[in-house]
Design a protein around this ligand. Structure first.
Ligand SMILES: [Fe+2]
Length: 288
């Protein structure tokens, strides 16, 4: 159930309306990282969340984002006021001035319509919480950039409030993710391929500078290997050139199968290029 309270979450004050700034601020109204996108992303995630505590969190924050949308809408309405009165101001954006009467609509700063494609909803809680942390980071940096585009103190203060709340939400989503007890790189149920998962391919070489990967890549168990030209896939089917495995004379490393995966039951797996099930590592080499 939703209920509207007839006051803004933050009472905005605009000293000097600025149509150009109002148009830029549309980015946070109907843009990819704007308040409507955030509100819809968290609310839809919440409505489909089976975990009662996290559903509550998603809906709390989704609801606050609607309040943010209302604040941004109020700021835009105040900044666009001159557009309703002066041709010179209306000329800055005929779409808003003529089609929209100088008021709000669900467009971004470039006049592109809002779309549900902006929403990142994966349907798996730990993935969605990561989506939301990233969404808050994008919203935060967008507010920061907008704050550099205005000298109006009342507007800056309102944006400071909104920007701060994005960090608050990042903290809340991070806390929710922590309490799930999911290891940092554990996504879903299937394990990644052992060995392969820890290989970092140094794919940028050639000019003699920066050809060695930085040491910090070794964090989280990564190690740098020379990029393999191509891997040989498993199974006994045809490849992209219509060749059956082993027919083409191609060579290359095969990808080990995770230990928990089922062994293939069919008997026609090629011994030349077949699976190395259970192997914890593999060597990489270039094909001819
Ligand atoms: Fe927000």
């Amino acid at each position: 159930m939703y209920h509207h309270v007839k006051q803004l979450m933050y009472n905005v004050r605009v000293g000097e309306p600025d149509v150009r700034f109002g148009r830029a601020l549309m980015e946070q109204f109907g843009g990819a990282n704007g308040e409507l996108a955030a509100a819809m992303q968290y609310t839809i995630q919440g409505w489909s969340c089976d975990d009662a505590e996290r559903r509550d969190l998603l809906l709390d924050i989704g609801t606050e984002e609607i309040s943010h949308l209302e604040i941004v809408g109020a700021l835009i309405r105040m900044h666009l006021q001159p557009m309703k009165k002066a041709m010179e101001e209306a000329e800055q954006d005929p779409l808003v001035a003529v089609t929209g009467g100088g008021g709000l609509n669900l467009f971004n700063s470039m006049g592109n319509p809002w779309t549900a494609d902006y929403l990142k909803i994966a349907g798996t809680l730990e993935v969605d919480l990561r989506n939301n942390i990233a969404a808050e980071a994008r919203a935060k940096i967008t507010y920061e950039r907008l704050m550099h585009l205005t000298d109006d103190q009342g507007t800056k203060d309102a944006l400071q409030f909104l920007m701060t709340r994005e960090i608050t939400h990042m903290k809340a989503f991070s806390a929710a993710l922590d309490t799930l007890g999911v290891a940092p790189f554990s996504i879903g149920k299937l394990p990644p391929t052992p060995g392969l998962v820890d290989e970092y391919y140094n794919d940028s070489t050639g000019d003699g500078t920066g050809d060695s990967a930085p040491q910090w890549l070794e964090k989280n168990g990564l190690h740098v290997v020379k990029s393999p030209f191509s891997f040989q896939g498993g199974g006994s089917g045809l490849d992209v050139d219509g060749e059956r495995s082993g027919d083409s004379g191609r060579s290359g490393p095969s990808v080990p199968t995770p230990a928990v995966a089922k062994e293939p039951t069919h008997g026609s797996t090629s011994t030349a290029t077949g699976s190395t099930a259970g192997s914890a590592s593999h060597k990489t080499k270039k094909t001819a």
